[in-house]
Design a binder for this molecule. Structure first.
Ligand code: F6P
Length: 337
């Protein structure tokens, strides 16, 4: 195995084998969560193929109308939504889904399913037409309503700390699936000629500190004063900015290299832009599993009590030292040195 690593050869652990191995650590596991993760990976492979061909088969571009969030809906948003819903319906482990693309809860028809899934099928989709990375984000809860009944909004509004698993698929220069079931976080790279995800990033740890910050600089003058002060301060220290505008890609880079992603409240989106259930919670779960931090500026994101399924939130997420310094600044702005 060591020789494989030295030669740069793939470690050879498929996602499927890894899921199986992880499941065997829990004697009470029934295999349903494992199957749910496989369903998501399968939909990810299909969406990956469609993204790769989008420019050739007329799938690029907008639908010409807005989604439930009031954002321009792209053809691939719709396709990814259909692909993931279909995979979850066919899989049978999820009884209901919340999607960024749909106003109401989607019922899978599998009322005996133990799990519910909140997802953003294609995040950062305005970047598709220009061949820039996009992602899928998912969050999984064990339902709180009785098995065999219709799921309700309560199954989704349990709070981020109740997630049993979360992850993202990054459709980038290579496609990666990164997920956690609460025992650390691992990344798998897709090998398209074999049609398999292989373990490539075992036990990812977020660097304790970093020198990169990630935000939409155009809104800087509207950021809360303390956030502006913090950014000014780290610029003076020589930190650098990186912003793709696809959160999965921005977060993935910062997770591997160290950094902080900031989306504060601005007048256009006074409650923050990012969605709590299928952006903030799952990404915060992953980052915490990698020893990083995530806050809404007042408290840990995973402790925020959700009120409705498409709720938005400010988000500050990334390397622990950076998030902590920002939080100290927000709480005591005058103490910047
Ligand atoms: O919906 C979320 C999202 O597309 C993120 O992926 C991205 O980080 C952010 O919005 C970009 O927002 P803005 O265009 O305001 O910078």
């Amino acid at each position: 195995m060591e020789t494989n690593k030295q030669l740069g050869l793939p470690v050879g652990v498929t996602l499927d084998r890894y899921i199986k191995r992880s499941q065997s650590a829990f004697s009470s596991a029934t295999g349903e969560l494992s199957q749910l993760l496989r369903d998501i990976a399968l939909a990810g492979k299909i969406v990956n193929r469609e993204i790769n061909q989008a420019g050739l088969i007329g799938l690029a571009g907008s639908m010409g109308h807005a989604n439930v969030q009031g954002e321009s809906q792209q053809k691939l948003d719709v396709i990814a939504n259909i692909r993931f819903i279909r995979a979850l319906v066919n899989g049978g482990e999820a009884c209901a889904i919340v999607s960024e693309e749909e106003e109401d809860i989607i019922y899978t028809g599998n009322d005996t399913g133990k799990y519910v899934v909140a997802m953003d099928p294609l995040d950062g989709s305005s970047n598709i037409d220009v061949n820039v990375s996009v992602g899928t984000i998912f969050s999984i809860y064990r339902r709180v309503t009785p098995i065999g009944t219709k799921a309700t909004v309560d199954d989704f509004l349990q709070g981020g700390h109740k997630q049993v698993a979360a992850g993202y698929i990054l459709y980038g220069t290579s496609t990666m699936l990164v997920y956690s079931t609460g025992q650390g976080i691992s990344g798998f790279t897709y090998e398209p000629s074999l049609g398999e995800f292989f373990l490539s990033h075992p036990d990812i740890k977020s660097p304790e500190n970093g020198t990169m910050y990630t935000c939409n600089d155009a809104y800087m003058e509207y950021f809360p004063e303390a956030v502006q002060g913090y950014i000014q301060h780290i610029r003076e220290r020589g930190y650098t900015a990186r912003y793709i505008g696809s959160m999965v890609a921005d977060l993935h880079r910062n997770l591997l290299k160290g950094g902080i992603y900031l989306y504060p409240p601005v007048p256009k989106t006074p409650d923050g832009k990012l969605r709590l259930l299928y952006e903030c919670y799952p990404l915060a779960f992953l980052v915490e599993q990698a020893a990083g931090k995530a806050s809404n500026g007042l408290c840990r994101i995973l402790d925020v009590e959700p009120v409705y399924i498409h709720q938005r939130s400010p988000l500050y997420i990334g390397s622990t030292a950076m998030v902590e310094e920002l939080m100290e600044t927000i709480q005591k702005p005058q103490e910047l040195t």
